[in-house]
Design a protein. Structure first.
Length: 115
């Protein structure tokens, strides 16, 4: 199983970024995918999750209305569109898949929101 995130970077407050996570080594369209983030000195937290077919999504309360998770099963990729970014969104963002009760993580992509 391999998960590779991309799309992070430095953005000003109020700006947008789209993160991508490309998966391989498993049947992508059979599994829920999730985005998590970890800020310095804080625990890793769930950002959003999407069902295997993409029909169901859920978000952490602080991201609702600003972030959108989506997936392209033909491309084995899950996305996180982040709008109206705030300095407190600064973190390393990870994608995750749980297969047979084991969590696989990507290496993460840094998002920094600063003027």
């Amino acid at each position: 199983v391999q998960l590779v995130e991309s799309g992070g970077g430095l953005v000003q407050p109020g700006g947008s970024l789209r993160l991508s996570c490309t998966a391989s080594g498993f049947t992508f369209n059979s599994y829920q995918m999730s985005w998590y983030r970890q800020a310095p000195g804080k625990e890793r937290e769930l950002v959003a999750a999407i069902s295997n077919a993409g029909g169901s999504t859920r978000y952490a309360d602080s991201m609702k209305g600003r972030f959108t998770i989506s997936r392209d099963n033909a491309e084995n990729t899950v996305y996180l569109q982040m709008n109206s970014l705030k300095p407190e969104d600064t973190a390393v963002y990870y994608c995750k898949v749980r297969i047979w009760a084991y969590d696989y993580w990507g290496q993460g992509t840094q998002v920094t929101v600063s003027s």
